[in-house]
Every structure is written in structure tokens, then in C-alpha cells.
Design a protein around this ligand. Structure first.
Ligand code: MD3
Ligand code: FE
Length: 215
């Protein structure tokens, strides 16, 4: 008789938080050490830095990108750029381990053709937050966004299509992956100030990856 561990485990819990937004709990947990090793190499070449909003305030999150283009903000506004303004060189290429995970997660969520050309890496120290906003700098709003949470946890705010719409709170922990698509793509969202904690793989940091089709 064969004994297959995976026959005995419940299917991966998935939770819809919008019609086309799915939380895949722990989807990236097993590969997290490999992802973090790849992220370290990217950040060694293009360090995470606090970028300046068009309003002139530094973001509390430190960010960098990999892939063909990276998301940047400065006095000129928000945009995707092929050159890292800090290093004045192209962003590091997207590591295959990251690209592969994003494609598998998108496929699991019903978006089998996702071809991300950019991955934004957001590094949160305790106290860092991201205010309620929409992501609308991408050319193809039909493509989903895949986000991967690593390290210490955070509370994600998921609002509606208008800034004043009520927001639901979703806890995101290490290895959780969320796929956002369809009509949910333009919903307001943010991250509450991250509470101090220590994670064995990241220390006192939360790292979020967002994979996008930007161009
Ligand atoms: C829902 N980052 O980088 S990821 C961002 O945890 C951003 O760093 C947060 O919002 C973070 O723009 C949240 C989840 C996320 C990302 C993009 C979305 C949710 C989204 C776009 C549309 C709707
Ligand atoms: Fe966002």
C-alpha cells in the first residue's frame, strides 16, 4: 500500500476577499528561503531606499525593483522606469524563482497567462505603513497583480473603488500570496503601521513582493 502525505492534508485554504481577489495562505512558505536568497542578491545590486512622494514626503517603506522596469516616485510623479535612479543602471533581472512563483500563483487564481515584467520589493521596518491608494500606473489593467508577504505579519486594508468606501482588514503573514484581478484591480488598499516582531528568516522586517505587468 502506498502512503501519500498529500492525500492526507486538507487542500490549501483559499479565501476570496473580492470577486477576483484570492488569498492563497502559505502558498510561498516552502520556497520562502529560496525567495529571500534571490531577494538578497537583487537588493545587493539595487538597494531598497525610501522614495519621495510627488508631495515631497519620504515613504516609510524602503523599495527597489527587479525586472524590465521598476516603479519609482519623486517630485516628477509616479511611473515605471527602466533605469534605477539610485544606481543609474538597469534594475536587476527578475530571478527565475520569483517569476515562477508569480506565474504559479496567478494560474492557481485563474489567470493562466500572467507575464509579469516588474517586481516591486517593499521592505517594512516596525512602524512603516502604506497609506490607502490605488495602483493605476500599469498599462494593462486587465492583468492581475500578485503579492507575496514574507517575514513579520501586517494588517492589509482592502477598500472599494472610492477612497471613502469601507475597508476590510486582512492579516497577511509569512508565505501568504494574494492575487488581485478583474474589477478588484482598482480598489483602494494599504498597510497599517507594522507592529514590532521578529521572524526567524527576516528579523524585524516584513518584505512584500508585488508582481505587475507594467508595460
Ligand atoms: C490590491 N503594497 O506596492 S501588496 C503597493 O504590502 C502595495 O507592500 C502593499 O500596495 C504591500 O502598491 C500591498 C497588495 C496589493 C498590491 C497591489 C494591489 C494589493 C492590491 C493593487 C490593486 C488592488
Ligand atoms: Fe498598491
Amino acid at each position: 500500500m502506498t502512503f501519500d502525505l498529500f492525500d492526507t492534508l486538507p487542500p490549501m485554504p483559499e479565501q476570496f476577499i473580492g470577486a477576483r481577489s484570492i488569498v492563497l495562505r502559505g502558498f510561498a512558505q516552502a520556497e520562502a528561503p529560496a525567495l529571500l536568497a534571490a531577494i538578497d542578491l537583487v537588493l545587493a545590486a539595487s538597494p531598497a531606499r525610501s522614495m519621495i512622494t510627488p508631495g515631497g514626503r519620504p515613504m516609510s517603506v524602503a523599495s527597489a525593483s527587479c525586472g524590465d522596469v521598476g516603479w519609482v516616485t519623486d517630485a516628477q510623479g509616479y511611473r515605471y522606469a527602466a533605469i534605477d535612479p539610485l544606481t543609474r543602471a538597469p534594475w536587476p533581472p527578475m530571478p527565475p524563482a520569483l517569476h515562477g512563483l508569480a506565474r504559479r500563483a496567478a494560474t492557481a487564481a485563474g489567470f493562466p497567462d500572467f507575464a509579469p515584467d516588474s517586481c516591486l520589493i517593499n521592505v517594512y521596518a516596525p512602524g512603516a505603513k502604506m497609506s490607502l491608494h490605488q495602483d493605476r500606473d500599469e498599462r494593462d489593467l486587465a492583468a492581475p497583480i500578485v503579492s507575496v508577504s514574507l517575514g513579520i505579519g501586517a494588517t492589509f486594508l482592502f477598500g472599494g473603488l472610492r477612497r471613502i468606501d469601507p475597508a476590510q482588514r486582512v492579516m497577511l503573514g509569512h508565505g501568504d500570496v494574494v492575487v488581485w484581478g478583474g474589477d478588484d484591480r482598482l480598489r483602494f488598499h494599504g498597510i497599517l503601521p507594522v507592529r514590532d516582531a521578529v521572524h526567524p528568516l527576516t528579523g524585524r522586517r516584513r518584505i512584500n513582493l508585488t508582481f505587475r505587468r507594467a508595460r
